[in-house]
Design a protein around this ligand. Structure first.
Ligand code: ADP
Length: 898
């Protein structure tokens, strides 16, 4: 602004006055352009072109009057100041003109030439200030609009302020600095780009400190070559400009504190190369600085709010990701993207520590492409702990922020385009390092305490997530382990095909442990050699199944296994314990290995092994436990197998014995059948003759002959009964007798009558309880009669003289029961089951005196069951016995069910 000539439109009819006016103005204004207007036509042209900054008009014009001119100008250029020369004593005109917007007036008098330049100057100055404030107002409104639209950026606002300051004030160079709570510069902007910069020389620490302390505006009209400040800023303030400021060529200076609610928020500096540039601008500058202070505060609050809400959404977002993702890579990738999405940093990387705790592996990355031709795959980038900024943060476990990586002692230049500032936040789980969050920016000092605390909160959430995922994975792993063990134990328990089961178990184990080989080697019985009998190998891994070796050559391993303990080696190339076998491990390509003994009986039966060939593997106690568990299962399986084989042999032996017994039984039956058959005819003949002898048909018997013949007759009858029993029992077994409806009462009645004599001879009483009207049962008369004969003979046989025998027929539900009770010797309860067996007799030595061969009850049971019934006995030793035969009633359509 200062360099431009002031363009004045001069309307005056009097050429002399015009010359005087121009002369007066030229004495004051160095750069001046004056357009003289003497008629309506030239006025119209100028008005249309609008190429003037101020108008000076006489009231009295021959072609119009000053008031009309004023109105025309204010219509065309409302901001253009107009000064009028009025005739003496015409105050009314002056008042009316002021109402129409006149900026100043001079009364036409000889002294007016002296006052003219000052009037023009102040009108111009006022108009300019008015305009400047208008510009500032417009700008302020745009700040408010952007705030409402949510797109206010503090840095941008500062840049606009310095641009605006250069435009609306007399400054050649402007700078603004914002101060944080502790008075440090938090953000600054300076030097509109189209003006040469006095650069950092223009910074004057003393002046700044003074403004920070006093909150006073400082306006320096001039700076002497010796640095003296004119006017002197007052007591306590610096009196000299810094040499840098002097050297920068600054000749006038304004330092304006930006105050918000009595607190200093920043300072705006205006510099000019022209002395006095800010001399009369105090009101403008104070208004201006108030306005920008508010705008800056708005932007600052807005930005803080924006940042806070971005922080909150980031934290919410990260929490959501962590809570919903169970895959580490996916989780870290999403978190990296979320950080970048919320803060637009060019590089965000999330690293975790590898298993050995030595290297950080990048597992989540979001940002600019990392160099041609395409971004590297995830995890492709890793950094050893302690190296670079990331490694440093990891090693110390403390957040590390650097405003400028190029001067950072830990910085290691990457092979991609370098960034400017970097923040590394370690992720800790209970104080233990689990990973690092790395954020980089292409702007210097882009990370502040706010970023640090935010990223630390993110790191905390992510490390909780990492722990959750690892707990989840661990429990999944445990579950798989248990499933495998369970499968193995169930499989081994069934001992179907132990080879298949071992193969299956080895494969399951290898997959679970992600190992390269799992195997089972057996040791021969004299503990000299081993052989790898079963094996499961990963794809591309050379199999070693069938490999053999001597235990002498693997002494250490063997001795260790003999103790019953597993043997785990993390690194076969270094472990001193495998010194002797190191070379063999190398040849076999084994980097890490784990062995567990399998014992059988008291000897080492073999060993289960796990091997890693492509990388070393740190053995987790869980894995060792799992292998021990498997070995134990295998031991049990071998034990089972052994038992099973023994049982098998015994079972075979028993089956053979049983077959032989069955054959003998069969032979015996056949023999008895033959004998009975052969006995029947001769017995019938003997019986016939004996009866003839006994009844005297073959001549009277002598009295001493009669008794022996009776005995012979009785014994022959018994013999006949026996043969009949044998025949019936064997026949019933071979071909069941034909059955029909038999009235059980009739059978019982006939037996009771036939046994009357025998009962009397035994000095017993026989009672019969045979009600009429009972339904017939299913059976055959001969067989049922034989059944009853046997029960009655037994009752007589086992009842001492004086006792009573009762035959009872009764209904039992839908069936008919026959009871034969006696008051005889009874049967011990432990014999009750057995008496129905063929040839069984209760303790022969005690009861032999009763005779018989033990077939009678067997026949009773056989007959009863043949007809669909059952027999039971109820007995008390010394009290008597009751045999009950229950038979189903016959289903005879003619007789009905009754
Ligand atoms: P046997 O009478 O020919 O010995 P049984 O099969 O008829 O053979 O009887 C088997 C055994 O049951 C008899 O030896 C006897 O010990 C016992 N027993 C059978 N009936 C009675 C009974 N009424 N009282 C006591 N013991 C009996």
């Amino acid at each position: 602004m200062t360099g431009q000539p002031l363009r004045i439109l001069l309307l005056d009819d009097n050429p002399d006055d015009r010359a005087m006016t121009i002369d007066a103005l030229r004495r004051t204004f160095s750069a001046l352009e004056i357009v003289q207007i003497a008629d309506a036509e030239s006025f119209g042209r100028s008005l249309e072109a609008g190429d003037f900054d101020l108008a000076l008009t006489d009231y009295q014009l021959h072609w119009t009057d000053g008031l009309t001119v004023l109105r025309a100008i204010k219509d065309a250029k409302p901001d253009c100041p107009v000064v009028m020369i009025t005739a003496a004593g015409s105050e009314e005109i002056a008042v009316e003109a002021m109402k129409a917007g006149l900026d100043d007036y001079l009364v036409k008098s000889p002294r007016r030439w002296d006052r003219l330049p000052t009037a023009i100057q102040s009108a111009w100055e006022l108009a300019r200030q008015h305009w400047a404030l208008g510009e500032a107002e417009t700008w302020y409104r745009s700040v408010c609009e952007r705030e409402a639209a949510g797109s206010l950026e503090l840095g941008q606002v500062l840049a606009e302020i310095v641009a605006l300051a250069s435009q609306v004030t007399n400054s050649d160079y402007a700078s603004i600095m914002l101060l944080d709570e502790s008075g440090n510069v938090s953000l600054s902007a300076e030097n509109p780009s189209d003006v040469p910069s006095p650069g950092s020389h223009a910074r004057d620490e003393d002046l700044t400190n003074w403004i920070v302390r006093s909150h006073e505006t400082i306006i320096v009209d001039a700076i002497g070559d010796d640095g003296r400040l004119i006017p002197d800023p007052g007591e306590g303030a610096p009196h000299l400009a810094s040499p840098g400021l002097v050297a920068s060529g600054t000749r006038a200076l304004a330092g304006l504190p930006l105050m918000i609610r009595h607190r200093l928020r920043g300072i705006l500096y205006l510099h000019s190369l022209h002395p006095g540039a800010f001399r009369d601008q105090q009101p403008l500058l104070s208004t201006f600085s108030k306005q920008i202070a508010i705008a800056v505060e708005n932007a600052r609050v807005f930005q803080a709010e924006q940042q806070q809400s971005r922080r909150l959404t980031l934290l919410a977002d990260v929490s959501r990701i962590v809570a919903t993702t169970l895959d580490i890579n996916a989780m870290l990738q999403e978190v990296a993207e979320s950080i970048r999405h919320h803060f637009a940093y060019p590089i965000v990387g999330l690293f975790t520590l590898d298993d050995e705790g030595q290297t950080l592996i990048r597992r989540g990355y979001s940002g600019i492409s990392m160099g041609p031709p395409k971004p590297p795959a995830l995890e492709a980038y890793s950094q050893p702990i302690g190296q670079g900024i990331i490694g440093h943060a990891a090693r110390t476990g403390k957040s590390y922020l650097t405003g400028d990586v190029t001067t950072d002692p830990y910085y290691k230049p990457p092979d991609r385009a370098p960034m400017r500032s970097e923040a590394c936040i370690p992720m800790l789980d209970g104080g233990r390092l689990v990973g690092v969050i790395d954020v980089e920016s292409d702007r210097p000092a882009d990370f502040d305490e706010g970023t640090r605390s935010l990223l630390e909160a993110v790191a905390d959430i992510v490390s909780v997530g990492l722990r959750n995922v690892s707990l989840y994975e661990e429990s999944q792993h445990r579950l798989q382990e248990l499933t495998l063990l369970n499968r193995i134990s169930v499989g081994f328990g069934s001992v179907l095909n132990i080879d298949t089961l071992i193969d299956g178990a080895l494969e399951g184990l290898r997959e679970l442990a992600n190992a390269d080989r799992t195997y089972f080697s057996t040791v021969d019985s004299d503990a000299r050699a081993w052989e790898r009998a079963h094996e499961s190998v990963a794809p591309d891994i050379e199999p070693h199944i069938g490999m053999t070796g001597t235990l002498d050559n693997w002494r250490i391993e063997f001795e260790r296994l003999l103790t019953g303990q597993p043997f785990a080696v993390f690194d076969t190339t270094f472990d001193p314990r495998v010194e002797d076998t190191r070379e063999m491990y190398r040849l076999l390509g084994v980097q890490s290995m784990l062995l567990a003994p399998v014992q059988f009986g008291n000897r080492l039966y073999g060993a289960l092994g796990v091997e890693y060939c492509r990388e070393r593997h740190a053995w987790h106690p869980d894995e060792i436990r799992l292998l021990k568990g498997m070995a134990h299962q295998l031991e049990l399986a071998l034990d089972n197998l052994h038992l099973f084989e023994e049982v098998q042999v015994r079972a075979d032996e028993l089956a053979g014995a049983l077959a032989r017994l069955e054959e003998l039984d069969h032979l015996k039956d056949e023999f008895i059948q033959n004998v009975s058959h052969e006995l029947r005819s001769p017995l019938a003949i003997v019986r016939g003759y004996v009866e003839m002898l006994r009844t005297g048909e073959l001549g009277e018997l002598q009295p001493e002959q009669q008794k022996p013949v009776d005995i012979i007759a009785r014994r022959v009858r018994m013999l006949g009964d026996l043969v009949q029993d044998i025949t019936l029992i064997l026949e019933a077994e071979a071909n069941p007798p034909e059955s029909g409806a038999v009235p059980l009462s009739a059978v019982a009645q006939s037996a009771v009558e036939d046994f009357q004599i025998a009962v009397e001879q035994a000095e017993l009483t026989l009672q019969a309880e045979i009600p009429p009207g009972l339904p017939p049962v299913n059976g055959s008369f001969i067989h049922l009669r034989r059944l009853l004969d046997n029960l009655l003979s037994n009752a007589i046989k086992f009842t001492p003289a004086g006792g009573t025998i009762t035959v009872r027929v009764r209904r039992e539900g839908e069936q008919v029961a026959l009871d034969v009770s006696d008051t005889g010797v009874g049967i011990p309860s432990d014999q009750l089951e057995r008496i129905f067996e063929r040839f069984y007799q209760v303790d022969g030595s005690t009861w032999r005196r009763f005779g018989g061969v033990g077939l009678g009850l067997a026949l009773v049971k056989e007959i009863t069951e043949t007809f669909g019934g059952h027999v039971t006995v109820d007995s008390e030793v010394g009290e008597g016995s009751t045999f009950s035969v229950v038979l189903p009633t016959a289903v005879d359509p003619d007789l009905g069910n009754e």
